[in-house]
Design a protein around this ligand. Structure first.
Ligand SMILES: CC(C)(COP(=O)(O)OP(=O)(O)OC[C@H]1O[C@@H](n2cnc3c(N)ncnc32)[C@H](O)[C@@H]1OP(=O)(O)O)[C@@H](O)C(=O)NCCC(=O)NCCS
Length: 176
């Protein structure tokens, strides 16, 4: 499977909004148009280029990050249900990390539902550790959020780790 990651553009907003609503039905929609105008924000999309589709792209996932000084924050990451488990989430996270590192980030923070073991496992794989818990953070069901962070993301050893992970993820995607 040929999947490319690129920055989200205005014309992607309807597809990304739909994907977001499917992945996070309980959450308020992100004002994506405003986010595109926000200089602190970066939104990426994962595009599947199908050989049968004559070069047409299918958006299979997206993620958003903010960067404030040297601290970045992963706002959202989701892969369309039928494309999960093929390393697209990893490629998005890798690209988000590359994006903020290139803009000066030293750390990345995020919140994740305590019950979301899939996402927590993805973050742990990338060196995120648990900083604490925000009790009742999610309004829909009063669920706790786990606050996680990865620090030293701009250090050579972490950048080497990302390059190695990218090779593995790209190899796995080629199998599909
Ligand atoms: C979280 C999400 C983005 C992962 O994307 P994905 O493309 O399916 O994940 P990948 O194939 O890249 O898997 C990467 C890692 O995630 C974890 N993971 C993925 N699927 C998993 C599963 N079913 N069970 C447990 N861990 C899983 C593993 O650590 C995996 O690494 P491994 O393959 O070495 O085990 C995707 O499941 C999703 O969109 N979920 C709904 C939205 C969401 O919860 N977003 C996170 C909000 S904080």
């Amino acid at each position: 499977m040929d999947v490319r990651i690129r920055h989200m553009t205005e014309s992607d907003i309807p597809v990304v909004s739909k994907l977001e609503a499917e992945a996070f039905p309980e959450d308020a929609p992100t004002p994506l148009q405003k986010e595109l105008e926000n200089r602190l924000a970066s939104y990426l999309v994962a595009c599947y280029v199908s050989p049968a589709g004559k070069g047409a792209e299918v958006i299979t996932g997206y993620c958003g990050v903010w960067l404030v000084l040297d601290e970045s924050h992963l706002l959202s990451i989701a892969v369309k249900a039928e494309y999960r488990g093929r390393s697209i989430g990893e490629l998005l996270l890798l690209s988000a990390l590359d994006d903020v590192i290139s803009r000066g980030a030293e750390s990345m923070f995020l919140e994740v539902r305590i019950s979301n073991t899939t996402a927590r496992s993805l973050y742990e794989k990338y060196g995120f550790t648990r900083l604490g818990v925000r009790r009742g953070y999610y309004a829909d069901n009063n669920e706790d959020a786990v606050v996680m962070a990865a620090s030293g993301i701009n250090e050579p050893s972490y950048i080497e780790f990302l390059a190695a992970r990218r090779m593995v993820a790209a190899g796995k995607l080629r199998e599909y």
